[in-house]
Design a protein around this ligand. Structure first.
Ligand code: BT5
Length: 320
């Protein structure tokens, strides 16, 4: 932690903290405390000062810039390289370009944007990405996995999103393979893209879009999309959510790489609500209908077809 972060930690802990106590804890002079407080104010933190009582943190900036998010990050490696853009085409494209750059993005590098002009879903679909109210985040990963073992990474990201949401007082449901829902509507989506040769992954980009504070969606999404704020009835601080998501994602990526897909799949199933329901699946040219029964340990979806046979879907599209 640098000195600004140590000061923030003190202020976050409580009500007024005296300048004297701060000076003593940080081992600096009273004058230096005043300078540090001014510095934090310049960074957008609202800090009240009262004679004899000291300083109190009244508000934190909700920017997704590296310096603001860093004060909240608890990760070892994920998000320690961080790029923020006010507006991009797609954070997945920015992350992929960074991954291929002469000074390439390290494992865990993050690209975030306040808005995307060409936010993407799967199969060329669009991701609605209005400015300032939500999270559009892409992570570069360099896991030591062969390409055919990558698909559960999307499930790992789904679990991370679900756990981050639980910390914000809502109860999401995961829908295979890449949807997160609240109250039956889509609140987040994941787009995992890969650069690989036949037996080795060069890098992955895991792109995560989360509707945080969106109150009104365009007509075509109004009936099928929601946001965390709409579900909980209170706004969500984007920087806080981003840091929580990074922490959970780091955990699940580490678990996946160390222990394999089964641990991820078990956690994913705990947040799933669609087992036992009838679904239609499009997988390449195949279309089948059946009851979603379970996930196999490798993350594939197992359906029970009407003739009683089992059908495994490794990659595909599910609709109710
Ligand atoms: C997804 O695709 O759900 C993956 C979305 C990934 C978005 C992130 S944002 C950061 C990163 N950068 C990118 O460019 N992308 C990633 P899919 O399963 O294909 O779902 C797409 C469908 O979801 C659309 O066809 C719409 O029906 C719906 N949709 C679009 N925008 C939405 C939104 N903001 N909220 C809820 N649903 C939306």
């Amino acid at each position: 932690m640098d000195s600004d972060e140590r000061l923030l930690a003190l202020l976050r802990a409580g009500e007024f903290v005296s300048g004297e106590a701060i000076a003593e804890t940080l081992g600096i002079s009273r004058a230096a405390v005043g300078k540090r407080v001014d510095n934090l104010r310049r960074r957008g933190f609202a800090i009240a000062a009262a004679p004899r009582r000291g300083y109190r943190l009244d508000g934190e900036p909700d920017a997704l810039t590296a310096d603001v998010v860093a004060t909240r990050l608890t990760t070892a490696w994920l998000g320690r390289a961080w790029r923020h853009h006010a507006r991009v085409g797609s954070t997945n494209d920015e992350a992929a370009a960074w991954a291929r750059a002469p000074e390439p993005a390290p494992h865990g590098a993050v690209v975030v944007a306040d808005a995307q002009d060409a936010g993407r879903g799967r199969l060329g679909r669009k991701w609605h990405s209005p400015p300032g109210e939500s999270l559009y985040l892409s992570v570069v990963l360099r896991p030591p996995l062969p390409p055919h073992r990558v698909p559960p990474m999307t499930l790992a990201a789904g679990v991370a999103v679900a756990e981050a949401m639980v910390a914000f007082d809502v109860t999401p449901a995961l829908k295979w393979p890449n949807d997160v829902q609240l109250d039956g509507k889509k609140v987040a989506g994941i787009l995992t893209e890969m650069s690989a040769d036949l037996d080795r992954v060069h890098h992955l980009v895991v792109g995560i879009g989360v509707n945080l504070n969106t109150q009104a969606f365009p007509d075509e999404l109004a009936a099928i999309a929601t946001s965390v704020a709409a579900a909980r009835g209170a706004a969500v601080a984007r920087a806080e959510f981003a840091a929580a998501l990074c922490a959970r994602l780091e955990h699940w990526v580490d678990t996946f790489v160390a222990d394999g897909a089964a641990a991820v799949v078990t956690a994913w199933k705990q947040h799933a609500r669609f087992f036992g329901t009838r679904v239609r699946v499009t997988a390449g040219r195949d279309r089948v209908e059946g009851v979603a029964e379970d996930l196999d340990d490798d993350g594939a979806l197992r359906l029970r077809l009407d003739d009683g046979s089992a059908y495994r879907v490794v990659a595909g599209e599910v609709s109710a």
